[in-house]
Design a protein around this ligand. Structure first.
Ligand SMILES: *Cc1c(COP(=O)(O)O)cnc(C)c1O
Length: 418
């Protein structure tokens, strides 16, 4: 199995391992599979979720240098459950049982264990730089903590992340350092870009959502979840995914392309309407993001769109395969309340976007809404709406009770390397 760039499908072909270490293709494009796996695994769940993930990811590593290590990597990376909250076919796929209680744990952990193995074979070291406004940095810090040959520098804007998010960024020691930058999230991103451009600095890498290593697990759980759903109900589900950079949904489109039993894929966006507007107007207009209650989806220029355009190059094809709606903050609040009052089900603001789209556009249809984060991560929004304290999952509790360590620095990237 080989991977090519979205910008030159007849150009250089790389193995999965090479694409993971490179991150971005030489021509600036994103890596996509040259072809999809020709058969899907027969899932035996006795060995746990990690084995299902392994079975689905395996074809992408055929002939790859990590082929023999893949089983061990998956067993280490996916050491937490995936759960279906079933409700007569209007189900919810809960992807938030990892260490930082959001779906990003799947991709970040798979990437960390894969990179660790590849670097130890090469006898090389890398430093990962992450600028974060919340969720990504926590998942990456947690995933790379104590991985050999790797260190992480997390940058976040001082005073602008929620307390629980801050804990997830600063509760680390050893190979993870966190920096509270006197500036905005844009300043943090600029510092990372400048560091990458400084040729006197070597061995730097990133772990952002365009890395192939983060996408493959997101392909795998959709193959598994749609197969389980089909087995349970005898119908193909419409999968509704709370989306920002559309990395999670790209995994679902790859699963459908590989033949997974998926009826349709629907992107639930917050008030950042870039994709719904494109579907309506036929004109693709990236823009700056606006702040919403579902802040991990505050994206105006989705970084994985290039992969969706590679699948559906014309507006017509795109429209036939992609549906998307925008959900406002008021609708998010209303949906959290309704879901609690009608079903006793507590959901996070991101998941609420998906639930709203199900209620408004696909009532009584075979649907899976993807629950991307645990509601306890966003307690300051959810608790006042439902009038109740949310129990904290063990993993979050553990991080919140670690000693918080960070350095406050001015917005100058040189200070990261002192
Ligand atoms: C990152 C994130 C999203 C958006 O996922 P994309 O892959 O960027 O579309 C949705 N919900 C939560 C909780 C997230 O952390």
């Amino acid at each position: 199995m080989k991977f090519v760039s979205t910008r030159s499908k007849d150009g250089m072909k790389l193995s999965a391992s090479e694409a993971i270490l490179k991150g971005l293709a030489e021509d600036g494009g994103l890596f996509i599979p040259e072809s999809m796996p020709s058969s899907l695994p027969d899932f035996t769940l006795e060995k746990g979720a990690w084995y299902a993930m392994y079975s689905a990811i395996k074809p992408f590593f055929e002939g790859d240098e990590l082929e023999d290590e893949l089983e061990r990597i998956c067993r280490s990376a996916f050491d937490f459950p995936i759960a279906f909250h079933t409700d007569d076919g209007e189900d919810t796929l809960e992807l938030f049982y990892g260490p930082t209680a959001a779906f990003k744990d799947f991709g970040a952990r798979f990437l960390a264990y894969s990179m660790e193995t590849l670097l130890s074979r090469r006898g090389e070291d890398l430093t990962i730089l992450v600028a974060t406004s919340g969720d990504t940095g926590g998942a990456v810090a947690s995933a790379f903590h104590n991985r050999e040959h790797l260190s992480v520098k997390v940058l976040f804007p001082k005073g602008r992340v929620a307390e629980r998010q801050r804990r997830q960024l600063t509760g680390w020691d050893g190979n993870v350092s966190s920096y509270e930058v006197e500036g905005s999230f844009d300043d943090c991103q600029r510092m990372v870009k400048e560091a990458f451009m400084d040729t006197s600095l070597t061995g730097l890498s990133s772990a952002n959502s365009i890395n192939l290593g983060r996408l493959l697990p997101q392909y795998a759980y959709y193959v598994w979840a749609s197969s389980m759903y089909y087995e349970l109900y005898g119908r193909k589900p419409i999968i509704i995914i709370p989306s920002g950079n559309v990395g999670n949904s790209t995994g679902a489109y790859w699963a459908k392309a590989a033949g997974a039993p998926i009826e349709r894929i629907v992107l639930a966006c917050n008030a950042n309407r870039t994709i719904p507007d494109y579907l309506e107007s036929g004109e693709y207009k990236p823009r700056t993001s606006i702040e919403t209650l579902a802040n991990a989806m505050d994206v105006g220029n989705p970084s994985n769109m290039e992969r969706l355009f590679a699948l559906f190059p014309t507006y017509d094809e795109f429209r036939r395969n992609v549906s998307s709606w925008s959900v406002s903050d008021d609708e998010i609040r209303k949906t959290i309340k309704e879901e609690w009052e009608e079903h006793g089900h507590i959901i996070c603001p991101h998941t609420a976007c998906g639930e709203r789209v199900r209620r408004d556009h696909f009532p009584s249809q075979p649907t899976i809404v993807v629950a991307t984060a645990h509601p306890a991560k966003f307690e300051s929004i959810v608790e006042p709406i439902i009038g109740k304290t949310i129990a904290i999952p063990r993993s979050l509790f553990d991080i919140m009770h670690k000693e918080s360590k960070s350095r406050e620095i001015a917005a100058d990237y040189h200070l990261l390397f002192e």
